[in-house]
Design a protein around this ligand. Structure first.
Ligand SMILES: [Zn+2]
Length: 134
């Protein structure tokens, strides 16, 4: 260790990423990762939610959305998103977000735009409904 890396937050991130790269992680970590990033697993859980707790189904759609977004932000390697695991190893050829920080800035920048768009759309729907009542 040298003085430059001590106390630097990015060195901590690099250490975490190095450990997460798989050289020291047991194989079941990747099995769990792939199960949690599979559209098949997410679909089964969503189906169960729809049957037993229907109001939770719409918020739970964030899970498959996360998988889809991961599929384009994780390139070749251990963290690649195998969307149809365990049935298939099919995947998109995404790019690693940690190598292209602009991708993450776009990714996170889209969210506030969506939130404002949903807010405006809901307000317009509310105004139209109120005019119909009067
Ligand atoms: Zn993920």
């Amino acid at each position: 260790m040298n003085a430059i890396t001590l106390g630097c937050p990015s060195s901590s991130l690099q250490m975490i990423l190095k450990q997460a790269s798989g050289t020291s992680s047991p194989p079941h970590v990747f099995t769990l990762y792939h199960c949690s990033h599979s559209l098949i697993t997410a679909s089964l859980v969503l189906l169960v939610l729809w049957m037993v707790a229907r109001p939770l189904t719409i918020p739970a759609l964030a899970w498959p959305l996360h998988i889809i977004m991961d599929s384009v932000s994780h390139g070749e390697g251990r963290w690649q998103t195998l969307m149809l695991y365990p049935v298939s190893d099919w995947h998109l050829h995404g790019v690693n977000w940690w190598q292209y920080p602009g991708l993450m800035m776009f990714y996170w920048g889209v969210l506030p735009v969506l939130w404002v768009g949903i807010y405006v759309w809901r307000r317009k729907c509310s105004v139209v409904r109120n005019k119909e009542v009067v």
